[in-house]
Design a protein around this ligand. Structure first.
Ligand code: ADP
Ligand code: MG
Length: 243
């Protein structure tokens, strides 16, 4: 498992008058095993921050440290993280079994047999065992999102990054998956960075909440601290406002 240090990290896109500061000099320390939820309006830099931790985007300034390693120069594969997206991002032409095995084949030294065993036991744990030979097109949105989670978990990563993973699900499924993600995270003890714009997820899922606006860190604290002692008017309005 791993702690994460985000150290004076800035990300700019474009140049000159087109320049956008997507993430503006953000620093935070995330403890090993912590579940941190990122909230903020659309365009506040949540996805960019996650993508930089994942190694999918390179910061303009600052350092990202995972465990004891400065990972600035490391690509996504070398960072030992798993990412879950809102649109599932499953391979449409592969079965669930193939979707879950693929990353393991690419990035671990496990044998075919060990991979098959891990896929089986993870599928069991996620309640998707009966879907192993189906392709994504044959499944509901809820099932696909379960598979996307299973595909992340089977890799046994040090860090989970989740970017609005439940936002395409209906309210009932969302509530069910919230509980499930918290249970899994608790059982596995994996450091998790979770982006949402859902008030309930923000207030109930994480150990700490990070509030962003215009790429700037507005507050970091427990959900209750942010709710009862907002650092500024923005946080008060954003957290207090029912969605
Ligand atoms: P959020 O996830 O909070 O909605 P993003 O991180 O996606 O916000 O975006 C933050 C800002 O960076 C926005 O102004 C967005 O338009 C800009 N941005 C994000 N990705 C790119 C990109 N690849 N090229 C140019 N601008 C980008
Ligand atoms: Mg986003």
């Amino acid at each position: 498992m791993a702690s994460i240090n985000i150290d004076d990290v800035t990300k700019r896109f474009g140049e000159g008058t087109n320049e956008v500061v997507a993430v503006d000099d953000i620093s935070m320390e995330i403890r090993d095993g912590e579940f941190v939820v990122f909230v903020g309006p659309s365009g506040s830099g949540k996805s960019t921050l996650l993508r930089m931790v994942a190694g999918l985007e390179r910061q303009s300034e600052g350092d990202i440290v995972i465990g004891d390693t400065i990972v600035n120069e490391l690509g996504p594969r070398a960072r030992d993280i798993a990412m879950v997206f809102q649109n599932y991002a499953l391979y449409p032409n592969m079965t669930v079994r193939e979707n879950m095995s693929f990353g393991l084949k690419m990035s671990t030294g496990l044998s075919e047999e060990e991979i098959a065993e891990r896929v089986e036991s993870t599928a069991e744990m996620m309640g998707i065992h009966s879907l192993l030979d189906n392709t994504p097109g044959e499944m509901s949105g809820g099932q696909q999102q379960r598979v996307a989670l299973g595909r992340a978990i089977v890799r046994d990563p040090n860090v989970f990054l989740m970017d609005e993973p439940l936002s395409n699900l209906d309210a009932k499924l969302r509530a069910e998956m919230r509980t499930e993600i918290n249970r899994l995270q608790n059982d596995l003890g994996v450091t998790t960075l979770y982006v949402t714009h859902d008030q309930t997820e923000a207030m109930t899922m994480g150990d700490r909440l990070v509030v962003l606006d215009h790429g700037e860190l507005q507050q970091i604290g427990t959900p209750l601290e942010c709710f009862y002692r907002p650092a500024n008017r923005f946080v008060a309005g954003f957290i207090g406002e029912p969605s």
